[in-house]
Design a protein around this ligand. Structure first.
Ligand code: DC
Length: 224
């Protein structure tokens, strides 16, 4: 029987290039790309739509139990995300939904549900898992862990460019303020905070293009 393929984890703050790099790595390795931020965003959307008070555990649990999430890889674009059969890919990728996702992601019930789903998706290996706690909490035994960082200014610049390419409005200062606040909240929360795993390779991509980052990662894995 062929040996199982490994799990590669890529964590880091928003706008560090995780999605671009993770997609490229998954394509090079012929692995599945797991976008866990999209999962938190979709849960955030469901919670908003049903006006769930996060302090009301029973209501939140009911909402989470009713959620069916599907992530379908798309060669040309981000992963397409379906929430109970509805394509919510565009709806979840707005700066406002990023803030909502960050808020719901601090909730223990939400984390428990999504951690379980993510581990089920990764149970046979062969995935590139992108998020905040992939190397620290969800897949602590993964053999290849990367933590991708970049300066806040560079991350805000990239995020603006990304939004403008999608035809969305982007104000640099507003995006920078949101990035700084979201990273603060994500890294200071009690549960699965954003931080590099002790055995992660930390890469500052501020002055690197995506190809250089991918080449570095593949070399580290002995695949280049
Ligand atoms: O990667 P992203 O910007 O799509 O993630 C949206 C939010 O979801 C992020 O601010 C924090 C949360 N998140 C998390 O807590 N854990 C993950 N593994 C992925 C995302």
């Amino acid at each position: 029987m062929a040996a199982e393929e490994p799990i590669v984890t890529i964590d880091g703050p928003s706008g560090a290039g995780k999605s671009t790099i993770s997609r490229m790595m998954a394509a090079r390795l012929h692995f599945t790309y797991l976008d866990t931020g999209a999962m938190y965003r979709a849960v955030g959307l469901a919670v908003e739509r049903h006006s769930i008070d996060l302090a009301d555990s029973a209501a939140l649990k009911g909402c989470l139990d009713a959620i069916r999430l599907e992530l379908l890889p798309n060669a040309h674009d981000d992963v397409r995300v379906f929430l109970n059969g509805e394509d919510v890919s565009a709806a979840i990728r707005t700066p406002a939904m990023a803030m909502v996702a960050s808020r719901v992601s601090a909730n223990p019930l939400v984390r428990e549900k999504l951690t379980e789903l993510q581990r089920a998706i990764g149970q046979h290996g062969g995935i590139v898992a992108e998020g905040r706690d992939m190397g620290t909490v969800v897949f602590p035994a993964a053999p290849y862990k990367f933590y991708l960082d970049a300066s806040p200014a560079e991350r805000a610049r990239r995020r603006c460019e990304q939004l403008r390419q999608k035809g969305q409005e982007a104000d640099y200062q507003e995006i920078l303020d949101q990035i700084v606040k979201r990273d603060y909240d994500d890294s200071k929360r009690a549960l699965a905070p954003l931080k590099p795993a002790a055995d992660a390779v930390i890469i500052d991509s501020s002055a690197m293009d995506p190809e250089a980052v991918v080449a570095f990662m593949l070399r580290h894995m002995g695949k280049a």
